[in-house]
Design a protein around this ligand. Structure first.
Ligand code: FUB
Length: 324
């Protein structure tokens, strides 16, 4: 493909891509942005999405097929508002979609919806996953047939309302030299419908082996987890939120700890940045979004893809967000 990033769905606003290869094709599971009229605030209320589409591609330069609406809040029994970033995993003939949604008490939970096809439609379970909270579920399928969910997001993503997987009476955001809040990881149960264990912290270490601090805002975790494997190592990548970077850290197993390595994508137009990294037909790609086509309206984002390259030592070459 061309070195410049390609906009994938020019006719609509799609964001937060999760991408997987199923049956030899690429499947993209984005959030579906729209102009709902909700005013922008730090709580992210303006990201007021209410359904998902699925897209597929046979080739990176080829057509992008829109499979239409595959899940809608109108069909989710426990729905409040705001269908944010989802992901999909395949196991034993079924596709499991994991989605964050506020319940009727305005608390983010993670739901599961099931389909027999990667392009959906997906049928939601009656209730959210037991013990789930916060946003941005990303599923990593390890070679030994284990599935891990990474999740969590600060500010509007509500992670600061929890410690040790229990809700606090009021939110506490660490500051300065205090340890940064971590994203979470939990292995999924055999049925794929529950956590098989208590979610653990995804600890990111600096070059001296020390966990990142809350004041280290250009490196600490904010939201948008993704995990992929390259040359036997585990790459945990994420957004730094209010400093608008996509960064990554490398570890030796799915739980980490992960050691901070650098920036994958410098800031794009728009407040949020979010991504998926996937290998397809022998090349690596970064799927992401920006708000260029909407003229900078941060809640109306457009899906993009560009090639991702590694250096010999396994580090990732930084991509310029503005020019990508
Ligand atoms: O789309 C809503 C939120 O914006 C996502 O959950 C975050 O990762 C950010 O991209």
């Amino acid at each position: 493909m061309n070195k410049k990033a390609r906009y994938l769905v020019p006719g609509d606003y799609m964001a937060d891509p999760a991408v997987h290869v199923f049956n030899g094709k690429l499947y993209i599971y984005p959030s579906h942005d729209w102009e709902s009229g909700v005013e922008e605030n730090d709580n992210g209320d303006h990201f007021n999405m209410k359904d998902y589409h699925v897209f597929s591609m046979e080739d990176m330069d080829g057509e992008v097929t829109d499979h239409g609406v595959v899940l809608d809040t109108d069909n989710i029994a426990w729905a409040g508002r705001q269908l944010w970033d989802c992901d999909v995993a395949f196991k034993d003939g079924k596709y499991y979609m994991y989605f964050p949604l506020k319940d009727q008490n305005d608390i983010f939970r993670i739901g599961v919806a099931i389909s027999e096809r990667p392009e959906g439609p997906f049928i939601p379970q009656e209730n959210p996953m037991k013990g789930s909270y916060s946003i941005d579920p990303a599923i990593f399928h390890d070679g030994n047939n284990e599935y891990y969910m990474y999740f969590g997001g600060l500010w509007g993503g509500q992670l600061q309302r929890y410690r040790n997987n229990k809700a606090l009476e009021c939110a506490v955001l660490p500051e300065g030299n205090e340890l940064a809040l971590c994203g979470k990881v939990a292995r999924l149960s055999e049925t794929m419908l529950d956590f098989a264990e208590e979610p653990r912290d995804v600890v990111i270490l600096d070059e001296n082996g020390k966990p990142l601090t809350a004041g280290d805002t250009e490196r600490r975790f904010f939201e948008a987890s993704w995990v992929h494997q390259y040359n036997g190592k585990y790459y945990f990548s994420y957004s730094t939120g209010d400093t608008h970077l996509l960064c990554y850290a490398i570890g030796d197993n799915p739980y980490g700890p992960f050691t901070y390595q650098g920036v994958i994508l410098t800031p794009v137009v728009g407040w949020t940045t979010h991504h998926a990294i996937v290998e397809f037909k022998g090349k690596w790609y970064l799927f992401h979004h920006d708000s260029v086509p909407s003229g900078g309206r941060t809640w109306l984002r457009s899906l993009k893809v560009c090639e991702l390259q590694y250096n010999e030592d396994g580090t990732i070459r930084t991509i310029e967000g503005i020019n990508a």
